[in-house]
Design a protein around this ligand. Structure first.
Ligand SMILES: *Cc1c(COP(=O)(O)O)cnc(C)c1O
Length: 466
């Protein structure tokens, strides 16, 4: 064993090889890679996995070093192809920005800007005023404010309007949303006390009435997002609840979650009121996400009555929750597209994907199937299957959107193995595991991505065969 240890190449020798093979990679990365590989080899000798010197020769060690350097030097953040058919996929970065928003980000990132500079007076301006006017005109709200995400929006709203007091909420809306956003926890952070009323499945106006006290600061409505109560249940309609709140001089607040500026019922998606509808029902302050159904960057948008928004704008907490210039530029560009609904539908990827009709999807699935049939000959067969895509992000949870999936049936490995192989292709491809194969939904992929889909599938299937 000790002679094996002596046969290990030195750090210097390894570094010399790597410097020749990777002339532009930083020294620190090469050194870390050498140490990592030599540590592994020492462990292999100690545990008896390496028993002869051939495993320690330059011919054996050099490829191993290469693999480690390539992996270490690759950026960790990378593009992923979403073939899973979940449009607002939180794990895959939610919304893809419209070209106009991408361009706005590029401009904001590459030069100085009027982020907090008023171009009319030449003096200090306010960063959120840049999108406030647009938000008001698109939603009919008196005032608007933008923060880092919807969780921050809810926190700021409760901290500003309810701290030290009580907020009444139906038990039917006491939900946890993916990524562990829990209303009771956010409430606790804000220093407000939750007054739960009703039961999980039924809450009546009388329940709210009984919960009123001199400490009550607001009535809260939380969109249940990815959760629905089915069967014997009842809740107080939002407009009735708003009237009730106003009769007691309380604001009605709503965490809307997804927050759409567009009515999707035209495309068979019902059940989600638009932001302007919610405001028309009498809700005083509404919060929602920028990167869910809206299709913009991660942001928390707050719209509603000016008296309440003015208080939030003065809250010191806002300083910690404010969003950056890249977000604001992308959000403004996205909102500008909504000034014309048809433009928004065509230009914003999230909206375009949600409104894509079944016929178009079927034709696109067929074209992907044809491409794959040619490229993957002998490696896999492909078939089509009618199924449903999902909106994701907690929106329209029970409503699938009809689609046609392309099912890949690998010849030399299982669908599970194929799925795992596709995690390390460039770019990685995420799909669904179906009953009979690995399934891809054209709704969440662009036609321009199809050649990449074929290439990485071929690569993964060939590797699986080897
Ligand atoms: C998604 C969601 C949130 C969290 O929003 P983020 O933008 O992810 O912070 C909060 N409340 C509801 C009802 C949601 O659907």
């Amino acid at each position: 064993m000790s002679s094996l240890f002596r046969s290990l190449p030195s750090v210097d020798a390894c570094l010399r090889w790597l410097k020749a093979d990777f002339p532009s990679t930083p020294h620190s990365v090469l050194l870390e890679s050498c140490r990592a590989v030599l540590d592994e080899l020492r462990e292999d000798i100690r545990s008896g996995r390496v028993t002869d010197e051939s495993a320690l020769s330059p011919e054996a060690v050099r490829p191993r070093l290469h693999g480690v350097v390539e992996k270490k030097d690759r950026p960790r953040f990378c593009r992923v192809i979403n073939g899973a058919g979940v449009v607002v996929h939180t794990n895959l970065g939610r919304s893809v920005l419209a070209r106009e928003a991408q361009e706005a980000v590029r401009i904001a990132a590459s030069g100085y800007s009027n982020l907090e500079f008023d171009l009319e007076t030449g003096e200090r301006g306010s960063r959120t005023s840049l999108v406030e006017e647009l938000l008001c005109s698109l939603t009919g709200a008196e005032a608007a404010l933008v923060v880092n995400n919807n969780a921050a929006a809810v926190l700021l709203m409760l901290d500003t309007l309810c701290k030290g007091g009580e907020v009444i909420l139906s038990r039917g809306q006491l939900v946890e949303i993916g990524g562990s956003f829990r209303i009771p926890d956010v409430m606790e952070r804000s220093g407000a006390t939750l007054r739960e009323v009703g039961t999980t499945n039924r809450t009546h106006l009388a329940d709210y009435e009984r919960a009123l006290s001199e400490n009550t600061r607001a009535v809260l409505w939380v969109h249940p997002s990815n959760y629905r109560i089915i069967g014997f249940h009842s809740s107080v309609p939002a407009d009735e609840l708003a009237n009730f709140a106003h009769a007691h001089d309380l604001p009605m607040l709503e965490d809307l979650g997804s927050g759409s500026l567009m009515d999707f019922s035209r495309w068979g998606l019902h059940d989600e009121p638009t932001v302007s509808e919610v405001l028309r029902q009498g809700t005083d302050v509404v919060t929602f996400s920028g990167d869910k159904v809206l299709g913009g960057p991660q942001a928390g948008i707050i719209v509603g009555k000016k008296v309440y928004l003015d208080k939030m704008k003065k809250n010191q907490l806002l300083r910690a929750l404010r969003c950056d210039k890249l977000t604001l530029s992308a959000l403004e560009a996205t909102l500008r597209l909504y000034r014309d609904p048809e433009t928004a539908r065509r230009a914003i990827p999230t909206v375009r994907r949600m409104s894509m009709d079944a016929g178009t999807l079927k034709a696109r699935a067929e074209s992907l199937q044809n491409l794959l049939a040619g490229e993957l000959e002998g490696l896999a067969t492909c078939s089509l299957k009618d199924d449903f895509s999902r909106v994701g992000g907690g929106s329209f949870p029970e409503q699938g959107m009809p689609t046609t999936l392309v099912c890949v049936h690998p010849a030399g490995c299982s669908a599970v193995q194929l799925k795992m192989r596709l995690l390390s292709t460039e770019p990685p491809l995420v799909g669904r595991l179906g009953e009979f194969g690995f399934e891809l939904d054209p709704r969440t992929m662009d036609d321009e991505e199809f050649p990449d889909v074929a290439r990485v599938l071929k690569e993964a299937l060939n590797k699986a065969k080897a």
